[in-house]
Design a protein. Sequence first.
Length: 99
Amino acid sequence: MALAPGGSSAQGLTGPPADPQYKYSTPMPPGVAIPDQVETRLGTLRFDNGVPDQATTDKLYDNLDFQRAVQAYLLGLPPVNQLSNRSAILSMRPVKRTT
């Protein structure tokens, strides 16, 4: 596809106008569906024009905090296990020292 000089292949936005209360906003392109609410294992997440409400935002950040805590715990298991194994082995015999 060849473009004429000064031409553009960008798709024009023809959706409803952007909400004037936001300084930077883009109208929603036609054909993009935005549900008002989504049922998840966390519960119902509610949105207004694709923007989560405060309760949904809090719920998602709480879940993110929980997932990070689980990840930290799981990543900490191998070094703790290795230290425990070393301590158990050292308790059965003296440390081999080469001099």
